[in-house]
Design a protein around this ligand. Structure first.
Ligand code: C2E
Ligand code: MG
Ligand code: MG
Length: 739
């Protein structure tokens, strides 16, 4: 039963439509009214002419009286058409302005309406008020229609689209009522003159089926219209008093009923069809809206995403003459916040920060770039104060854990004025340059601000860095390195330098370390400090390392082929190598290709590489060890987790960081610590090697305390292969292999 009631409710439309559906149906009706009004206007013009043709020689007033009904229909159709056109114009217009033509049309028809009214009342001056009101109902409706249209036109710019569509529906109701009323009256009149009922049929189809109503409204319109028409038509047929008329009456009772049922069904089906279109359209619009939101919004914080920021920034820079500055905001230690409080709390924290940034830089484009990075295109005026205030606010959100805010900035014009002699240029070229600076791609500007921000890492007393000409040249160097690593590898700009490693007791050569150098045609000689961190940051380091390993293998092969006995070489591995390539396979292939003995290659992994993502690294490192390579732990003591690393991994050699020797003369403690580390290494079954040996005293001390291998400038700086071979050949270095 419940289901039946529900079904009836749905079929009859006894429920509230969504705003979108109502709007959709209203707009469809306004569109339909365009066609219907054109049909009615054409018909009525034809009727007016026909009236004159059929009754030649009447006075103007007589024609005017006879035309009244046609003019009412014509006027209501014309006003409906004008409204529909204006509605459509409004929909597509960028600027909503009232139209003089629209107002003139409205006023002209209002004038005609008033004239008809005056004449109508004048002709029927003896009629009672009730009868007069009844007879003039169409004129009254027309007056309301015209006035409503004029009101719409006057409030054209301020009325909302939704209200305009509701307005349209109201006018449609009036227009439909006028059409229906006249349809019925004209057909009743025609029937009484033994003519057809076409007018009624046309109008009822228009009012109930072309225009879309809720099914129950259509049923009411059709039922009332048919009853009304039947009520007026029946006595006319009965008055004929002939069996033929009687048969027509009976037959048409069935015809009307069938016709009523058919039209009811058609109107319901049209409504349901249009409604399902509206629903589909609504879903599509909602999906589009969602997609558009995703395209412009950062899902987590609700502020703009970087794509939207780039667009906004471009627009601001195009339209403002006021100096602007790009800011890159990084939340320091956010990772720890996440680790300590969990992912969800981290998200809430990021949302709070986003809100604070938005509030601090109120009328400026603000976006979340990624993770805990935000970008702003701020006003130059007062920017440092705002950055400081933001920092204080962010820090005060949570006092339980160390959180800080680092900001890098980039002012588009600054680079231009610093890198060019602006002052000596003419005013116009100065403006051109400023314009060029302003038009810089926001993505590049953000990258520069980000670079300035990255320089704040580990500078615990500084939290704001402006991108200046010095940073600019470093930045370009970095970009150059990232963009040219492939080329450098291909063209042979990457060179291997070998630094000797000696036995501490005899100072004889036990091996050497392969160290990368970049001999660049543009930048000259680059040291690892210039390119290793950049290549790591941009995840390109594996390209360099593979090149170094291959060069070393080739060098070993060449040395062997010249009849010399190669010395072992240690290779530096970056933590990222394990992520970016299958290190074990790459190394195996090289060893195979150049016929290198695995004992001649040592693998150096720096201690800091082993602090995170242990699981992933551990298996790769174990694999290398199983393959027969000797593993060396580089820079031991430079990080924070030295002892843990010793516990978790099994290395063959411990390379003690050169920082322990930096205060060798001044600080007695460093000797004690060195001694302890060497003892610890030996008790864990590892050999030790100390890096950065620069003096004889250091070398002697290390030999005394049992450090087996030494490396440092005292024994030789990194040098090209031919130099080291020459030194071996002339006896400077004497090779002593372990086996
Ligand atoms: P590292 O592996 O600890 O290499 C030792 C660094 O100390 C080298 O610097 C070397 O020139 C320097 N050195 C050696 N003896 C002395 C000394 O007595 N005094 C001083 N002051 N320095 C000394 P370099 O060649 O600039 O390399 C720096 C770092 O760059 C290396 O540290 C290593 O971590 C990285 N690196 C170098 N080549 C490569 C490579 O091919 N691949 C990877 N991934 N990293 C590399
Ligand atoms: Mg090393
Ligand atoms: Mg080292």
């Amino acid at each position: 039963m419940k289901k039946l009631v529900r079904w009836v409710r749905i079929e009859l439309g006894l429920y509230r439509n969504s705003k979108y559906e109502t709007q959709y149906l209203n707009e469809t009706n306004i569109r339909t009214a365009i066609y219907m009004s054109i049909v009615v206007i054409s018909l009525e013009i034809w009727m007016l002419i026909r009236y004159v043709d059929k009754r030649p020689g009447l006075t103007f007033l007589e024609y005017f009286d006879g035309w009244t009904n046609y003019l009412i229909l014509l006027s209501s159709a014309a006003i409906s058409l004008t409204f529909a056109i204006r509605f459509r114009v409004r929909e597509n217009a960028e600027e909503r302005k009232k139209s003089i033509a629209g107002i003139v049309v409205g006023l002209l028809f209002l004038l005609l309406d008033i004239l008809m009214f005056v004449r109508f009342v004048h002709v029927r001056k003896n009629m009672s008020f009730g009868d007069l009101f009844d007879e003039s109902k169409y004129l009254i409706m027309l007056t309301i229609l015209i006035c409503a249209y004029l009101v719409f036109e006057f409030f054209f710019s301020s009325i909302s689209h939704r209200s305009a569509a509701i307005y349209g529906q109201f006018l449609n109701v009036l227009f439909a009522l006028i059409c229906l009323g006249f349809g019925i009256e004209t057909s009743v009149y025609d029937v009484s003159k033994e003519r057809q009922i076409l007018c009624f049929v046309t109008m009822v189809i228009y009012a109930a089926c072309l225009l879309i109503w809720k099914p129950y409204v259509s049923i009411i319109i059709l039922s009332v219209s048919f009853t009304y028409f039947y009520k007026d038509w029946k006595p006319i047929m009965e008055a004929y008093d002939s069996p033929y008329a009687q048969k027509i009456l009976e037959a048409n009772q069935i015809n009307y009923l069938t016709f009523w049922i058919a039209l009811t069904m058609v109107s319901i089906s049209i409504y349901q069809q249009r409604l399902s279109e509206a629903k589909k359209d609504e879903n599509l619009v909602a999906a589009n809206k969602h997609l558009r939101k995703l395209a412009v919004e950062d899902e987590l914080t609700g502020i703009s995403n970087i794509y939207q920021f780039v667009q906004d920034a471009e627009e601001v820079m195009m339209n403002t003459s006021e100096p602007r500055i790009y800011l890159f905001i990084n939340i320091e230690n956010f990772k720890n916040y996440n680790d300590q409080f969990g992912y969800l709390a981290g998200n809430i924290f990021l949302k709070k920060i986003a809100r604070l940034i938005k509030k601090t830089f109120e009328d400026c484009p603000v976006a979340r770039q990624a993770y805990d990075h935000f970008v702003v295109l701020a006003h130059v005026d007062g920017v440092t104060e705002k950055v400081n205030s933001l920092r204080e606010q962010v820090i005060s959100i949570n006092t339980d854990i160390y959180i800080d805010v680092n900001v890098g900035s980039y002012t588009p014009q600054s680079e231009m004025s610093e890198s060019t002699v602006l002052t000596s240029q003419s005013t116009s070229s100065e403006q051109e340059m400023k314009a060029a600076g302003k038009m810089i791609d926001p993505r590049i500007a953000i990258d520069r601000a980000r670079f300035a921000c990255s320089l704040l890492k580990h500078k615990y007393d500084k939290h704001y860095m402006e991108y200046d000409s010095k940073i600019n040249s470093d930045f370009h160097k970095r970009q150059y390195i990232v963009n040219n690593i492939d080329n450098a590898v291909e063209k042979g700009y990457i060179k291997v330098y070998y630094q000797p490693v000696v036995w501490s007791e005899s100072h004889t050569l036990c091996g050497c370390e392969a160290l990368a150098r970049w001999d660049d045609p543009k930048y000259g000689f680059l040291s690892p400090a210039d390119f290793i961190p950049v290549l790591e940051e941009y995840r390109q380091i594996h390209k360099l390392d593979k090149c170094i390993w291959e060069t070393v293998c080739r060098d070993i092969q060449n040395v062997s082929s010249q009849g010399m006995h190669p010395i072992p070489v240690s290779l530096n591995f970056s933590r990222l190598d394990f992520e970016l390539m299958d290190t074990a396979t790459v190394l195996e292939e090289l060893v195979e290709k150049y016929k290198v003995n695995k004992h001649d290659l040592h693998i150096e992994i720096t201690e800091s590489a082993l602090t995170d993502d242990m699981g992933v690294l551990q298996s790769s490192i174990n694999k290398l060890k199983e393959d027969g390579f000797s593993l060396w732990l580089d820079d031991f003591g430079s990080g924070y987790s030295s002892l843990n690393v010793l516990k978790d991994y099994s290395f063959d050699v411990l390379k003690i960081d050169m920082k322990f020797l930096s205060s060798f003369d001044s600080n007695e403690k460093s000797k004690i610590i060195l001694n302890m580390i060497i003892d610890l290494a030996s008790s864990l079954g590892m050999y030790s090697l100390t890096e950065g040996v620069e003096t004889e005293e250091e070398a002697d001390f290390l030999a005394r305390v049992g450090c087996g291998r030494l490396q440092g400038y005292y024994f030789g700086k990194p040098m090209p292969l031919d130099q080291i071979i020459e030194k071996i050949n002339n006896g400077t270095y004497v090779i002593k292999r372990l086996v």
